[in-house]
Write a protein of this length. Structure first.
Length: 245
C-alpha cells in the first residue's frame, strides 16, 4: 500500500522521507481512513531503516493528526481533520479546500428578525434592529462537520438575505457586494458532547466530543460585522491560535 522511496544518501532525514512516503500514499488513496499501517518491524525491513527512525516518523504523524494509535491493534489512518486558526481563519470552506476536500453548505433556514439582546450586543446594534439570521450545516465531501447559526445586520447590509449562501461564501459576498473586508476575530470556545439534537443534525452518535464556538468577526475599521454560534464535531476539527508580542 505504501510506495517506499528511501534515499540513505539524501540530506533529507530518513524519518522525514518516511513521513512523506506515508502522506503521499494517503493523498493518492492507497491508504484510506480506517486502514492500518504495517507493524513497525515490517516497515523497518521494507525500508532498511532502524526502529528508532520508524518510531520517530510515526510519532510525528500522530502529533500532526494524520494517524492514531489503537492499543492492541496498531496505527490507523485518521479521517481528514481541519486544523483551523481560531482567530485567523475567516472561512470554513477555504480551510476545507486546503486539506484537499470539497466544501459544501446546506442552508436550513433564513429569516430577517428583530435582534435580541445577545445578538445586538455582540454586533453593536440598536435594540431590536433588524438582523438577518441563517442556520446552515457546513460539509466536507458531503459529510456534515458543523452546524452554524449566523447573524448579520440587515440594515447595515441591505439585501443580504437575498443571496445564495449555498453557492457563495459569506466573506466573498461581503467583500464584493458591500466592500466589507473581515480582518479580526474574537472567539470563545467551550468543549461539550453531542446530544440527541446535534447528533441528528451532524449524522453522528450521541456522546462524541464536540466544540461550541461563539465568535464575532470585525471589519478593517474594527466594527463588528458577523456573529456566529457554531456546534462542531470534535473528531473532524481542531482549533489552534497563534500569539505574538
Amino acid at each position: 500500500m505504501i510506495n517506499y522511496h528511501i534515499d540513505k544518501y539524501s540530506k533529507v532525514p530518513l524519518y522525514h522521507q518516511l513521513i512523506e512516503n506515508i502522506l503521499e500514499s494517503i493523498r493518492l488513496g492507497k491508504l484510506k481512513p480506517g486502514d492500518f499501517l504495517p507493524p513497525e518491524e515490517e516497515i523497518c525491513q521494507l525500508t532498511g531503516t532502524s526502529r528508532g527512525t520508524v518510531r520517530q516518523a510515526i510519532n510525528s504523524l500522530v502529533d500532526k493528526g494524520h494517524v492514531i494509535r489503537e492499543r492492541g491493534k496498531g496505527t490507523q489512518i485518521k479521517p481528514p481533520t481541519l486544523n483551523h486558526d481560531l482567530v485567523g481563519d475567516f472561512s470554513f470552506a477555504n480551510g476545507i479546500k486546503k486539506i484537499g476536500l470539497v466544501p459544501s453548505t446546506k442552508v436550513l433556514s433564513t429569516e430577517v428578525i428583530p435582534g435580541r439582546n445577545g445578538v445586538t450586543g455582540r454586533l453593536a446594534l440598536a435594540k431590536k434592529e433588524m438582523v438577518f439570521k441563517m442556520k446552515r450545516i457546513r460539509c466536507a465531501d458531503n459529510e456534515p462537520w458543523l452546524y452554524e447559526t449566523t447573524y448579520i445586520s440587515e440594515e447595515k447590509f441591505p439585501g443580504i438575505h437575498e443571496f445564495d449562501f449555498e453557492a457563495n461564501l459569506l466573506i466573498d459576498i461581503l467583500a464584493k457586494e458591500y466592500a466589507c473586508v473581515l480582518s479580526k476575530i474574537n472567539a470563545f470556545v467551550e468543549p461539550t458532547i453531542t446530544d440527541e439534537k446535534y447528533a441528528e443534525l451532524l449524522g453522528v452518535k450521541e456522546g462524541i466530543p464536540a466544540l461550541v464556538i461563539d465568535r464575532v468577526m470585525y471589519d478593517e475599521a474594527g466594527r463588528p460585522v458577523v456573529y456566529s454560534h457554531a456546534y462542531i464535531r470534535g473528531d473532524r476539527c481542531r482549533y489552534y491560535f497563534n500569539i505574538s508580542r
